[in-house]
Design a protein around this ligand. Sequence first.
Ligand code: SF4
Ligand code: SF4
Length: 420
Amino acid sequence: MALESTMNLFVKKTGGEIASQLEACTRCGMCAEACPYYLATGKPEYTPIWKVEPLRKAYEQRFTIVGKIKLALGVEKPLTDADLKEWSKADFEACSVCGKCSAVCPMGIEISSLIATARAGITAAGFAPAGLVEKAETQQRTGSPNGAGEKEFADWYAALEAETGIKAPVDVKGADMLVVFTSLEIGSKKKNLYDLARILNAAGIKWTVSLKARDAFNMGSIIGNPKLQKELAGKILSTAKELGVKQLLVTECGHGFTTLRDAVPNVFGEELPFFVTHIAELLPNLIREGKIKVKEGYFANGHTYTFHDSCKIQRQGGIFDEPRYALKLLAGDTFKEMLPNREEALCCGGGGGMRSIPEANENRMAAFKLKLEQVERVGADVVVSTCDNCQLQLKDGFKHYNRPIEVKGLIEMVADSLVR
Ligand code: SF4
Ligand code: SF4
């Protein structure tokens, strides 16, 4: 039964484009050399191409004569539940869906999207990691993967006024911008909420938060559950429409941002009536356009700064130059680029739900070690990131390897250097 639902999902998806992509693979191996988990462990089962093997098998066995002959002659065995259980380890515990394999493939194969499809099939079959299943169920029930509901968000917004004197505009119709945080972000650093409120007010933006569209995190995208993805994104979409905003600001969540900006128009089959943006582009643009003023060189204070390109916001989101513009302004010559960077940057190891899968800890830290080596090579003692999940992974990793390297977000840097 479980296997059948997976096969159905694979078969449904392995039409047209996906089928031709699978056929174009020359097995050159370049994607393997791009994968942080394969590079860190050397395990052949962690190569990107192996991660889509269940998809290839399902496609070949159902669609091609060669596949059918192989099956009939017993040269290849049909996919079994046990196979899918095994592949769950490679696809969930050794893949952050970082997209670097797709970026390097000379045949233009969207291999990380194929892995996402394989993950959806494995989830439909009931073999997704328990940690992710639990988070997905919690978000379906409460709106947030860690169980923060309307009350928790209302308390955070009340604390903003109590602690800073800034009243949070909640569900304000006619506001220009709907700001969507994640509970993970506010829960781990309330200062982000306080800082962003100060920045947006200083820029004179008419913004609002919502108690209905509370959390940008989307466990449906992470685990590969299209129904949940649509349900969660739909809440944000309908609230933004109801409030009549012109812009939707995703504060730090990387995959939440690309889900809302790139996936949602396709999922709902409509153009969004508002513009989706992220703090990584908004804050530098506010500085550039003179809407806020920062003290230039405020962070040129003896530390060496570097920037971690997040897979979703930078490689997939294309927001490379804006955060660098702000960092050069704030840290001057003390900002150094680690290598590789921009499109070629390596994942920090903690994306794709890896931080919620205890069984993946060893792989997560092994992949992080590659990032650590890059940070140390450039001599940085502060790493800046525009993604809250990356920031948490960087903090976990530096702690794990006992390195006194600080992690900063762009929101706090802009707020701390703001000219009032
Ligand atoms: S880089 Fe592209 S063509 Fe080469 S093995 Fe990977 S998917 Fe196939
Ligand atoms: S998406 Fe990233 S982590 Fe996953 S297989 Fe490709 S390179 Fe590796």
